[in-house]
Design a protein. Structure first.
Length: 153
């Protein structure tokens, strides 16, 4: 009966050749992210204000660890996430429903694989669950490595 409204920009013959997981779902919302994906933040302070106090405290600890490790880096918002920048993006972080995500890039995940075995990782991302202590020393070491090796992304 006609094309469903959540399938966008793909011809019918192509849709039939590829599996459904490759089709963008317009109606699906990212339920895991706590912030409003449609809002653009201008500062890290503005970004952090939208979260409950318990999460703001954790974000502040990550922020302080990154500030201490990267004193010459500029704080900014990039990809709508708190970012540390010095001619390039060095590292990002963001809060989600169940974790704080750290985004140092794929090479950092590979380099620190032994120290990250207790955390959920994916290509370029690390998840630190809220019900576990924040590994601030590890976060600092990753940020320092990204800065010193030029692992900018």
């Amino acid at each position: 009966m006609g094309t469903e409204d959540y399938i966008i920009g793909i011809c019918k013959d192509i849709r039939n050749k590829i599996s459904r997981q490759h089709i963008y779902n317009k109606k699906r919302k990212r339920e895991c992210k706590m912030n409003d994906d449609n809002k653009t933040y201008k500062t890290i302070d503005e970004y952090m204000l939208i979260f409950p106090e318990n999460i703001r405290i954790r974000l502040s600890k990550v922020r302080e660890a990154l500030k201490d490790t990267l004193p010459d880096a500029k704080e900014k918002i990039s990809w709508n996430m708190p970012t540390y920048w010095d001619k390039h993006n060095i590292i990002h972080f963001a809060a989600y429903k169940n974790h704080i995500g750290l985004y140092p890039g794929e090479e950092a995940i590979i380099y620190f694989a032994d120290r990250l075995k207790d955390y959920k990782t994916s290509k370029g991302a690390i998840q630190f669950q809220y019900d576990e202590p924040i590994p601030l020393e590890l976060i600092s070491d990753i940020a320092k490595w990204c800065y010193e090796t030029g692992n900018h992304h």
